[in-house]
Design a protein around this ligand. Structure first.
Ligand code: DLL
Length: 439
């Protein structure tokens, strides 16, 4: 049988021997440490552990001397505390939600933007996309990286990009039909929603050129991927990323779809035990920790992603030497991902604590409405408000709704409850009830 041909963007870089990857990692790590020392935050952190010059990094093992960086740290240095180049070099800013109202921000030079696009193009080529494809990007454009960062990578590969952004499903379907869209980029929940709407539309499946769906930004199971592939008649590729690491495309599945290749000449990955903070054994599950090597504007050393996964130790038959990680199994914090948007319970609490008339207890309920996630916040009100007329309750509901939407960008349903009606936990209060099926 003839050997299967796999598609590449930069075959040399993607298939280089492991020792070459490590040589590049060491060289780029030194450069990152040099940049980091230009920021007051890292200068203090690194000096404390005896690293005052890039020459203190002699081997990749020295990475372990560097303290971890967390989302909390990024909030502390908001907005520009990790700037390692003159501000005039910055051409783009992105942000993602923090645990409170303060977002975590990243900034990029023109070279950084190009590197991120190149990394994304690698992933898209690995998934079998090419310049003859028309790609509809259904992720939100704006501060979220799923829009523009993906867009630049898709253009770099030479695809025709249709930047529809999220929502407006009937228009999405019309454009997919009229433009001959062959590749889509959407969250898994939106893919299913889209498919349902497509079945109910005036078009027939055969009238579409849809062949590939790139899906990420939220966890999904292998069963859900299989369901999407069968029902939609396309290949579905998992794509991982986070805004702090330049957005989507940090890790991407190749055409074999057995785990996501992490581009190790651009990121150093570690998997640690989240309790002991020590590295786990090869192939064991733990928290992914990443050091970015492909960004000048903003260094990020040993960043705790909070995402749980493991390294697939066997080499991939596609020929890529960059190791793969498995589907994520959860997080080590309480972040919820609702239709691809990150939400921390603490953000909801922040709004409730500020509002007048809110009682002792609340409960965040996440459920499915059709294929999409639905967020409901049940809130006990004070006895005074409860006894007041309907107008007062309606005003409170509207205020909570609009303040939460402003902070978390999604629109929650607010259910106001009688005082004492939400069961009081005996020990730790249960603030979140996630009723979504696991697959
Ligand atoms: O979600 C970037 C992205 C956009 C990735 C489009 C893929 C596609 P953030 O908003 O910063 O960035 O959220 C990052 O989302 O820490 C994971 O918990 C989760 N996540 C992202 N991709 C996956 C995936 C973007 N493929 C957070 N599987 C991460 C599971 C994912 N979880």
């Amino acid at each position: 049988m003839a050997e299967r041909e796999f598609s590449f963007w930069d075959k040399k870089a993607e298939t280089m021997p492991r020792n070459e990857i490590e040589t590049i990692q060491l060289e780029l790590l030194k450069k990152q440490v040099e940049n980091a020392l230009l920021t007051p935050f890292y200068k203090e952190r690194l000096t404390k552990v005896g690293i005052t010059s890039p020459n203190d990094i002699k081997s990749l093992d020295d990475l372990k001397r560097i303290p971890f960086t967390t989302k909390h740290d990024l909030r502390e240095v908001y907005p520009y505390g990790l700037l390692a180049v003159p501000h005039s070099e910055i051409v783009r800013v992105h942000a993602s939600s923090g645990t409170t109202g303060t977002p975590t921000v990243i900034y990029l030079t023109a070279k950084d933007v190009d590197m991120a696009a190149d990394t994304m193009a690698r992933g898209l080529a690995a998934a079998g996309c090419n310049r003859y494809d028309t790609c509809q990007n259904m992720m939100t454009y704006g501060l979220f990286t799923g829009g523009m960062s993906f867009h630049y990578g898709a253009e770099k590969l030479g695809m025709t990009v249709v930047p529809t952004s999220s929502g407006n499903t009937l228009r999405q379907i019309k454009f997919m039909h009229d433009f001959g869209t062959s590749v889509t980029h959407a969250t898994p929940s939106y893919m299913l929603h889209l498919h349902q709407a497509m079945k109910e539309s005036e078009y027939k499946r055969e009238e579409f050129k849809w062949r590939i769906g790139i899906s990420g930004a939220e966890p999904y199971s292998e069963q859900l991927r299989n369901k999407m592939e069968q029902e939609l008649g396309i290949e579905v590729y998992n794509c991982y990323g986070m805004s702090e690491l330049n957005g989507p495309g940090v890790a991407f599945e190749c055409q074999l779809r057995q785990g996501m290749h992490v581009w190790e000449d651009r990121y150093i990955m570690e998997i640690i035990n989240p309790d002991t903070l020590e590295p786990v054994k090869d192939g064991e599950e733990g928290e992914l920790v990443m050091t970015i090597l492909c960004r000048d504007a903003m260094p990020l050393l040993r960043y705790r992603t909070r995402d749980l996964t493991h390294v697939i130790t066997e080499p991939c038959a596609c020929g890529r030497t960059h190791r793969r990680i498995a589907r994520f199994t959860g997080r080590t914090d309480d972040m919820l991902i609702i239709n691809g948007v990150n939400v921390f319970p603490s953000q909801i609490e922040e709004v409730l604590l500020k509002a007048k008339g809110v009682g002792a207890n609340y409960l965040i309920v996440v459920d499915k409405k059709g294929d999409l996630d639905k967020l409901t916040v049940q809130v006990e009100v004070t006895p005074e408000v409860f006894a007041d007329d309907a107008r007062v309750l309606n005003n409170l509901r509207d205020t909570l709704k609009s303040e939460m939407q402003a902070l978390i960008t999604i629109n929650p349903a607010i259910e106001l409850k009688e005082p004492g009606s939400i069961p009081q936990a005996e020990t730790k209060a249960k603030r979140v009830n996630d009723l979504r099926p696991k697959d």
